[in-house]
Design a protein around this ligand. Sequence first.
Ligand code: PGA
Length: 242
Amino acid sequence: MQEFQVYPTYEHLSRAAADVVVSTLQGKPNAVICLPSGSTPVGMFRELILRHEQGLADFSQCTFVGLDEWIGMGPEDEGSGRQLLDRDFLHPIGFRPEQILFFDARAENLQAECERLNGAIEQLGGLDLIILGIGMNGHLGLNEPGTSFDTYAHVSELDPITIEVGQKYFQGPTPLTGGVTLGLRHMMEARRLVLMASGEAKAPVIARALKGEVTEAFPASLVQEHPDAWVLVDADAASAFL
Ligand code: PGA
């Protein structure tokens, strides 16, 4: 691991994460960047949109890869990973469809869909940057506890904690039956990994990810092994660590 940074507020954290994205693009305008959906990156997206509007960030040549999706859901489904990413980032920056690589989680053959993503990422030369949140069970993407560090994109059986916490993205109770996700090996092989966390609820999982044993039972512990991982958190999320 390279960096552990604590920021006073979520806004500071969001700006710092946006800085990493922008500096990656300055070094490599056609970078391949994997983005999560969900609550944590919303502030970073807001900041990136602002910089784009001000002419300070150029997304015109890069490729975005979506991290994960709930099985059976697509862009029209309220609360799906793709819908959140479209709403929070891709539509505001006016992306071109060919710039995004995203799971079709409604595909009949999900295995083939995972292989499509694996092949496309390989063809692009791998991920230059992956931005991640952390789940309340230590998951990264939908790599649930017990997932081998050696997997690429795969179909994921959801942990009960993920099914429960995942309800926050939907307006009413929603059955979540599984997921498709980039694998932990994608994360290890990404040239740079940024793990973001905000809020007191995330404090215990951040402490365990950074100080606990490196184990497949707690996927986020993988950041300790990554040669260029930056863990960026706000003060609340750091409160069990310091
Ligand atoms: P969140 O999700 O950013 O919505 O908290 C993180 C995760 O479950 O990976």
